[in-house]
Design a protein around this ligand. Structure first.
Ligand code: ZN
Length: 134
């Protein structure tokens, strides 16, 4: 699946975002190694801290379905449109780190173009599995 196709799924997932407080709607689409795709949207709550981002909604859904190997995730978000880059927050970067290898890519929208990042670029010197064995 191309980055553009995955981004289209993220954009469609964004339509389901529940963001009555921030009005900032985000969609994500996660491509698994087996070709399956899991989408997510942000789900806000009146108790703001209980809100969850689109990226984690997607990855938790995939993991709950037994998936552990992922190729890339497309993310788009914004208030009025979703054309500016919407980088994952720190919590989502940490959750992605748990499952991402060096080939995993985070795809962001930048107008009609797409940006692509490794998790190492987004979260350098990250806390990860190997650290627990040190
Ligand atoms: Zn997040």
């Amino acid at each position: 699946m191309s980055d553009q196709e995955l981004m289209l799924l993220a954009k469609k997932a964004r339509e389901n975002a529940y963001a009555p407080y921030s009005k900032f709607k985000v969609g994500a689409a996660l491509l698994c190694s087996d070709g399956s795709v899991y989408v997510g949207c942000n789900v806000e709550n009146a108790s703001y801290g209980a809100s969850v981002c689109a990226e984690r909604t997607a990855i938790f859904g995939a993991v709950s379905d037994g998936k552990r190997s992922f190729l890339k995730i497309a993310v788009c978000g914004g208030r009025d449109h979703a054309d500016a880059p919407c980088p994952p927050c720190g919590d989502c970067r940490q959750v992605l780190r748990e499952f991402a290898d060096n080939t995993f890519r985070v795809i962001l929208k930048n107008g009609d173009a797409l940006l692509s990042y490794t998790i190492d670029a987004l979260l350098p010197l990250s806390f990860q599995k190997g650290v627990l064995n040190a």
